[in-house]
Design a protein around this ligand. Structure first.
Ligand SMILES: Nc1nc2c(ncn2[C@@H]2O[C@H](COP(=O)(O)OP(=O)(O)O)[C@@H](O)[C@H]2O)c(=O)[nH]1
Ligand SMILES: [Mg+2]
Length: 207
Protein backbone atom coordinates (compact mmCIF):
# COMPACT_ATOMS: atom_id res chain seq x y z
CA UNK A 1 0.00 0.00 0.00
CA UNK A 2 1.26 3.51 -0.80
CA UNK A 3 2.11 5.87 2.07
CA UNK A 4 -0.97 6.91 3.96
CA UNK A 5 -2.14 10.47 3.49
CA UNK A 6 -3.70 12.72 6.16
CA UNK A 7 -7.03 12.01 4.44
CA UNK A 8 -6.68 8.28 5.08
CA UNK A 9 -6.76 9.14 8.79
CA UNK A 10 -9.29 11.96 8.63
CA UNK A 11 -11.89 9.75 6.93
CA UNK A 12 -11.85 7.11 9.70
CA UNK A 13 -15.28 6.41 11.20
CA UNK A 14 -16.43 4.28 14.14
CA UNK A 15 -17.46 0.80 12.96
CA UNK A 16 -18.31 -1.23 16.08
CA UNK A 17 -17.23 -2.17 19.55
CA UNK A 18 -16.44 -5.84 20.28
CA UNK A 19 -16.55 -6.84 23.98
CA UNK A 20 -15.54 -10.45 23.20
CA UNK A 21 -13.96 -12.51 20.42
CA UNK A 22 -17.29 -13.67 18.98
CA UNK A 23 -18.31 -10.04 18.39
CA UNK A 24 -15.30 -9.28 16.17
CA UNK A 25 -16.21 -8.05 12.67
CA UNK A 26 -15.26 -10.20 9.67
CA UNK A 27 -11.82 -9.37 8.31
CA UNK A 28 -11.95 -6.49 5.86
CA UNK A 29 -9.46 -3.81 4.87
CA UNK A 30 -5.84 -4.10 6.06
CA UNK A 31 -5.95 -3.61 9.81
CA UNK A 32 -3.65 -1.87 12.28
CA UNK A 33 -4.14 -2.31 16.02
CA UNK A 34 -3.45 0.42 18.56
CA UNK A 35 -2.40 -0.84 21.97
CA UNK A 36 -1.40 1.02 25.08
CA UNK A 37 -1.52 0.86 28.81
CA UNK A 38 -4.55 2.58 30.26
CA UNK A 39 -3.99 6.34 30.46
CA UNK A 40 -0.91 6.15 28.23
CA UNK A 41 -2.63 8.56 25.83
CA UNK A 42 -3.90 6.10 23.22
CA UNK A 43 -7.31 7.67 22.59
CA UNK A 44 -5.74 11.12 22.37
CA UNK A 45 -3.13 9.86 19.90
CA UNK A 46 -5.79 8.23 17.67
CA UNK A 47 -7.88 11.41 17.72
CA UNK A 48 -4.87 13.59 16.88
CA UNK A 49 -3.72 11.29 14.06
CA UNK A 50 -7.26 11.25 12.65
CA UNK A 51 -7.84 14.99 13.22
CA UNK A 52 -11.05 14.24 15.09
CA UNK A 53 -11.95 15.38 18.57
CA UNK A 54 -13.84 12.32 19.78
CA UNK A 55 -13.30 9.40 17.41
CA UNK A 56 -11.74 7.38 20.22
CA UNK A 57 -13.10 8.59 23.52
CA UNK A 58 -10.58 10.11 25.90
CA UNK A 59 -11.05 9.76 29.59
CA UNK A 60 -9.40 10.95 32.78
CA UNK A 61 -10.56 7.72 34.45
CA UNK A 62 -8.17 4.91 33.51
CA UNK A 63 -9.36 1.52 32.38
CA UNK A 64 -12.90 2.18 31.21
CA UNK A 65 -12.66 0.59 27.79
CA UNK A 66 -12.73 -3.21 27.94
CA UNK A 67 -13.77 -3.80 24.34
CA UNK A 68 -11.97 -3.58 21.00
CA UNK A 69 -13.24 -0.57 19.08
CA UNK A 70 -12.99 -0.64 15.30
CA UNK A 71 -12.63 2.32 12.95
CA UNK A 72 -12.80 2.01 9.19
CA UNK A 73 -12.60 4.20 6.09
CA UNK A 74 -13.26 1.55 3.45
CA UNK A 75 -9.60 0.95 2.55
CA UNK A 76 -8.01 0.79 5.99
CA UNK A 77 -9.14 -0.33 9.42
CA UNK A 78 -7.94 0.55 12.92
CA UNK A 79 -8.58 -1.56 16.01
CA UNK A 80 -8.32 0.22 19.37
CA UNK A 81 -7.34 -2.48 21.87
CA UNK A 82 -8.27 -2.12 25.55
CA UNK A 83 -5.48 -1.56 28.05
CA UNK A 84 -5.37 -1.11 31.76
CA UNK A 85 -3.07 -0.47 34.71
CA UNK A 86 -2.13 -3.98 35.80
CA UNK A 87 -1.86 -3.19 39.51
CA UNK A 88 -5.48 -2.25 40.16
CA UNK A 89 -7.17 -4.94 38.10
CA UNK A 90 -8.63 -8.13 39.66
CA UNK A 91 -7.29 -11.43 38.20
CA UNK A 92 -10.65 -12.27 36.59
CA UNK A 93 -10.70 -9.03 34.59
CA UNK A 94 -7.07 -9.53 33.62
CA UNK A 95 -7.91 -13.04 32.35
CA UNK A 96 -10.85 -11.73 30.28
CA UNK A 97 -8.65 -9.01 28.84
CA UNK A 98 -5.93 -11.52 27.96
CA UNK A 99 -8.46 -13.85 26.30
CA UNK A 100 -9.86 -11.00 24.19
CA UNK A 101 -6.46 -9.72 23.05
CA UNK A 102 -4.95 -13.15 22.45
CA UNK A 103 -8.07 -14.35 20.64
CA UNK A 104 -7.99 -11.23 18.50
CA UNK A 105 -4.29 -11.58 17.62
CA UNK A 106 -4.65 -15.29 16.88
CA UNK A 107 -7.51 -15.02 14.39
CA UNK A 108 -7.07 -11.69 12.60
CA UNK A 109 -6.03 -12.35 8.99
CA UNK A 110 -6.12 -8.68 7.98
CA UNK A 111 -4.01 -7.50 10.93
CA UNK A 112 -0.60 -6.34 9.71
CA UNK A 113 0.88 -4.33 12.55
CA UNK A 114 0.60 -2.81 15.98
CA UNK A 115 1.11 0.75 17.11
CA UNK A 116 2.13 0.51 20.76
CA UNK A 117 1.47 3.76 22.57
CA UNK A 118 3.51 4.47 25.67
CA UNK A 119 3.86 7.45 27.97
CA UNK A 120 7.33 8.78 27.06
CA UNK A 121 8.05 9.19 30.77
CA UNK A 122 7.43 5.48 31.48
CA UNK A 123 8.02 3.31 28.39
CA UNK A 124 8.18 -0.49 28.26
CA UNK A 125 6.21 -1.36 31.40
CA UNK A 126 4.68 -4.81 31.97
CA UNK A 127 1.72 -4.21 29.62
CA UNK A 128 4.05 -3.08 26.84
CA UNK A 129 6.38 -6.04 27.23
CA UNK A 130 3.38 -8.38 27.11
CA UNK A 131 2.10 -6.81 23.87
CA UNK A 132 5.54 -6.98 22.26
CA UNK A 133 5.81 -10.62 23.28
CA UNK A 134 2.39 -11.56 21.88
CA UNK A 135 2.89 -9.52 18.71
CA UNK A 136 6.22 -11.25 18.16
CA UNK A 137 4.55 -14.65 18.40
CA UNK A 138 2.25 -13.69 15.54
CA UNK A 139 4.99 -12.08 13.47
CA UNK A 140 3.43 -8.62 13.61
CA UNK A 141 5.27 -5.41 12.75
CA UNK A 142 5.44 -2.80 15.53
CA UNK A 143 5.71 0.92 15.83
CA UNK A 144 6.42 2.25 19.31
CA UNK A 145 4.89 5.68 19.80
CA UNK A 146 6.25 7.65 22.78
CA UNK A 147 3.48 10.11 23.55
CA UNK A 148 3.12 12.98 26.06
CA UNK A 149 6.58 14.03 24.82
CA UNK A 150 5.57 17.59 25.78
CA UNK A 151 6.07 16.53 29.42
CA UNK A 152 9.80 16.00 28.81
CA UNK A 153 12.66 18.40 28.18
CA UNK A 154 14.37 18.05 24.81
CA UNK A 155 17.37 16.14 26.20
CA UNK A 156 15.06 13.73 28.02
CA UNK A 157 13.15 13.15 24.77
CA UNK A 158 16.37 12.31 22.96
CA UNK A 159 17.39 9.93 25.76
CA UNK A 160 14.11 8.03 25.91
CA UNK A 161 14.09 7.67 22.14
CA UNK A 162 17.59 6.22 22.16
CA UNK A 163 16.96 3.96 25.16
CA UNK A 164 13.76 2.54 23.68
CA UNK A 165 15.45 1.84 20.35
CA UNK A 166 18.25 0.05 22.19
CA UNK A 167 15.90 -1.93 24.44
CA UNK A 168 13.80 -3.28 21.56
CA UNK A 169 16.37 -3.98 18.91
CA UNK A 170 15.42 -2.86 15.44
CA UNK A 171 12.18 -1.27 16.65
CA UNK A 172 10.60 1.65 14.89
CA UNK A 173 10.16 4.36 17.57
CA UNK A 174 8.99 7.97 17.46
CA UNK A 175 8.10 10.84 19.79
CA UNK A 176 4.57 12.26 19.80
CA UNK A 177 2.42 14.79 21.60
CA UNK A 178 -1.34 14.94 21.20
CA UNK A 179 -1.41 18.16 23.20
CA UNK A 180 1.14 19.97 21.04
CA UNK A 181 0.35 18.10 17.81
CA UNK A 182 4.00 17.14 17.32
CA UNK A 183 5.29 13.97 15.69
CA UNK A 184 2.10 13.50 13.66
CA UNK A 185 3.68 13.25 10.20
CA UNK A 186 6.39 10.91 11.44
CA UNK A 187 3.81 8.69 13.17
CA UNK A 188 1.70 8.53 10.00
CA UNK A 189 4.74 7.55 7.95
CA UNK A 190 5.65 4.84 10.49
CA UNK A 191 2.06 3.52 10.42
CA UNK A 192 2.23 3.36 6.60
CA UNK A 193 5.28 1.12 7.01
CA UNK A 194 3.18 -1.39 8.94
CA UNK A 195 1.00 -2.04 5.91
CA UNK A 196 1.81 -4.75 3.37
CA UNK A 197 3.64 -3.61 0.27
CA UNK A 198 2.49 -4.83 -3.20
CA UNK A 199 5.58 -7.10 -3.15
CA UNK A 200 4.42 -8.79 0.08
CA UNK A 201 1.07 -9.49 -1.53
CA UNK A 202 2.62 -10.94 -4.66
CA UNK A 203 4.70 -13.26 -2.46
CA UNK A 204 1.70 -14.50 -0.47
CA UNK A 205 -0.62 -14.85 -3.49
CA UNK A 206 -1.39 -18.45 -4.46
CA UNK A 207 0.07 -19.92 -7.65
N1 LIG B 1 0.42 16.51 28.28
C1 LIG B 1 -0.18 15.58 27.53
N2 LIG B 1 -1.26 14.91 28.03
C2 LIG B 1 -1.83 13.96 27.25
C3 LIG B 1 -1.34 13.64 25.95
N3 LIG B 1 -2.11 12.64 25.45
C4 LIG B 1 -3.03 12.35 26.40
N4 LIG B 1 -2.88 13.14 27.48
C5 LIG B 1 -3.70 13.12 28.73
O1 LIG B 1 -3.54 11.83 29.35
C6 LIG B 1 -4.78 11.37 29.88
C7 LIG B 1 -5.13 10.01 29.26
O2 LIG B 1 -5.34 10.18 27.86
P1 LIG B 1 -6.21 9.14 27.00
O3 LIG B 1 -5.98 9.51 25.58
O4 LIG B 1 -7.61 9.08 27.50
O5 LIG B 1 -5.44 7.78 27.36
P2 LIG B 1 -5.84 6.25 27.06
O6 LIG B 1 -6.42 5.70 28.35
O7 LIG B 1 -4.52 5.61 26.75
O8 LIG B 1 -6.78 6.22 25.91
C8 LIG B 1 -5.81 12.45 29.58
O9 LIG B 1 -5.93 13.27 30.72
C9 LIG B 1 -5.19 13.21 28.41
O10 LIG B 1 -5.60 14.54 28.35
C10 LIG B 1 -0.20 14.38 25.45
O11 LIG B 1 0.31 14.19 24.33
N5 LIG B 1 0.32 15.33 26.30
MG1 LIG C 1 -8.64 5.36 25.80
Amino acid sequence: MAALTPDDFRTMRFLLSAPNVSALPADGAPEIAFAGRSNAGKSSAINTLCQQKALARTSKTPGRTQAINFFDNGTLRFADLPGYGFARVPPKVKAQWAALIEGYLAQREALTGIVLIMDARRPLLEFDQQMIHWGGEYGLAFHLLLTKADKLARNQQVNVLRQTRQAIEGASVSLFSATKGTGVDEARRAISELLPTPDDRALSAPG
